[in-house]
Design a protein around this ligand. Structure first.
Ligand code: GMT
Length: 372
C-alpha cells in the first residue's frame, strides 16, 4: 500500500507514533510518505521505503499567522498528484484532518482518509467553542477514525458527539529494542553509588503538571536523601524548572537531559517513572519505560489506568495529589522485593503493546477501507 502520514515533528507522542508506525509499515513492504514541517524527531532515515516531504511554508507580508492548514493541504495535493496514494493518515486532528479533506477535494482523488486522535486534539480542543463542531464535521467525513485508548474514544464520542465509528488502536512499543540494557554506564554518569533515579520524559507542557512532579519529588527527598530526579524533554521550560528546583531545595538532585537521543539507556537506568499528568490519553513514554522494566507512578487520568495496573506494575493516584505521588514512590523504592516484582510486571504489561501485535490493527483498518 502507498500511505501518506502527516504529523507534528516535535517531541511528543503523536509524532513518535506516526514515525514508528511509518518505519514499521515500511519494513512490511508498504511505501510511506511522511509529511511534516520539520523532520519528525524519531524518523531516523534508515528505512528504504520511507520518504520525508517537508511542508512548504507560505510566508507573505499579508499573512499575520502562518497558514499551516493550507500549506499542509498544498503539499498533500502535490503528493496525491505525483504518487496516487491509497490513503492519507492524519496524526492529531488539528489541523491535519481538515488539511487532508481539503487536499482530497481539491485533487478530486478517491484517496481514503484516516485520522488518529491522540489526546489534546479532543480533550483540550474539543471543548473550545467552534472547534467542537469543526472537529466533529471533519472527523465524520473521514473514512476511518482511531483513538489511542478507550478513555479517549469515550471522550471523543461524548465531547464531540461523534456519530462515526471510532476504533481503539493503542500506542505500541518495540519490545525488542525497548528492553533493559543494564543502564549501568549512564547510571554511573548521572548518579552517585546507591542513588535511586526517578525519571520523567515529556515535552513539559502544562498538562504534564511539572510543578506537582517537582513538589512530589521534594517530599520524597525529605524522606530519603538517596534519590535523583532526571527530567528528559524539550528545554522550553528549563529555566522555570531550575528556578522551582532551587526554591524547593532539590537543585542538587536534578538532572535535565535532552530527550531526542536514544532513550533506552535512560529508561534502563531508572528506578521509577513519574507521570503526574492532568490529561494523558495513553502515556507512550510510560509504556516505553515499562518495556524497559520500570514501574510507573502516575495519576489516574485519561487512558493511564488502561496501561498502569495499580498495585501491580505501578501506582495510580488522583490528579494533583502530590503527597500520594511521593508516598507511592517511597513504597516502591523502600521495598526491593516489591520493586523487583513491579518491574517484572511492568515489562509483562508492555509486551501486550508490542508493535507486532498493534501494527496488524492499522493494516487491517487500511485494507478494509481500500478494498472496494
Ligand atoms: O495530545 C497531545 O498533547 C499531543 C500528543 C503528542 O503529540 O504529544 O500526545 C498524546 O499522544 C500520545 C500518542 O498517542 C499519547 O501517548 C499521549 O498520552 C497523548 N498526550 C496527552 O493526552 C496529553
Amino acid at each position: 500500500m502507498r500511505i501518506v502520514m502527516v504529523c507534528y515533528p516535535s517531541p511528543g507522542g503523536s509524532g513518535v507514533v506516526a514515525a514508528e508506525l511509518g518505519s514499521a509499515l515500511s519494513r512490511k513492504g508498504h511505501e510511506i510518505h511522511m509529511v511534516s514541517y520539520q523532520r519528525p524527531f524519531r524518523l531516523h532515515g534508515g528505512d528504504s521505503r520511507v520518504y520525508y516531504h517537508q511542508v512548504h511554508g507560505s510566508s507573505y507580508p499579508l499573512f499575520p499567522h502562518p497558514l499551516l492548514t493550507m500549506d499542509v493541504s498544498a503539499t498533500l495535493v502535490e503528493l496525491i498528484e505525483k504518487f496516487a496514494p491509497d490513503l492519507i493518515h492524519a496524526h492529531y486532528a488539528l489541523p491535519y484532518t481538515a488539511s487532508a479533506l481539503l487536499a482530497k477535494k481539491a485533487s478530486g482523488s478517491r484517496v481514503k482518509i484516516v485520522t488518529t486522535l491522540h489526546g489534546t486534539d479532543v480533550t483540550v480542543w474539543g471543548r473550545k467553542p467552534g472547534m467542537t463542531s469543526l472537529l466533529r464535521s471533519g472527523l465524520e467525513e473521514c473514512d476511518g477514525v482511531t483513538a489511542v485508548s478507550q478513555s479517549l474514544k469515550a471522550e471523543a464520542l461524548g465531547l464531540l458527539g461523534l456519530k462515526s465509528q471510532v476504533r481503539v488502536i493503542y500506542n505500541f512499543v518495540d519490545n525488542d529494542r525497548y528492553r533493559r540494557d543494564g543502564g549501568e554506564k549512564l547510571r554511573h554518569k548521572l548518579a552517585s553509588e546507591g542513588e535511586k533515579i526517578v525519571l520523567h520524559v515529556s515535552n513539559f507542557r502544562p498538562v504534564k503538571r511539572i510543578p506537582d512532579l517537582m513538589e512530589a519529588f521534594a517530599l520524597l527527598y525529605r524522606k530519603r536523601k538517596d534519590v535523583l530526579l532526571v527530567l528528559a524533554g524539550s528545554g522550553a521550560k528549563g529555566e522555570e524548572i531550575l528556578y522551582s528546583a532551587e526554591r524547593l531545595g532539590i537543585r542538587g538532585q536534578l538532572r535535565m537531559l535532552d530527550a531526542s537521543n536514544d532513550l533506552v539507556p535512560l529508561y534502563s537506568a531508572a528506578d521509577v517513572f513519574l507521570l503526574p499528568s492532568e490529561k494523558e490519553s495513553f502515556g507512550l513514554a510510560a509504556l516505553e519505560a515499562m518495556s524497559c522494566g520500570v514501574p510507573v507512578v502516575a495519576t489516574n487520568a485519561g487512558g493511564l489506568p488502561e496501561l498502569v495496573d495499580h498495585g501491580k506494575n505501578g501506582f495510580l493516584v488522583p490528579v494533583g495529589d502530590v503527597k500520594a505521588l511521593a508516598e507511592s514512590m517511597e513504597r516502591l523504592l523502600g521495598d526491593e522485593g516489591k520493586h523487583r516484582e513491579f518491574a517484572l510486571q511492568a515489562r509483562h504489561k508492555a509486551e501486550r503493546f508490542d508493535t507486532r501485535r498493534v501494527l496488524p490493527c492499522y493494516e487491517e483498518l487500511y485494507r478494509s477501507l481500500t478494498q472496494d
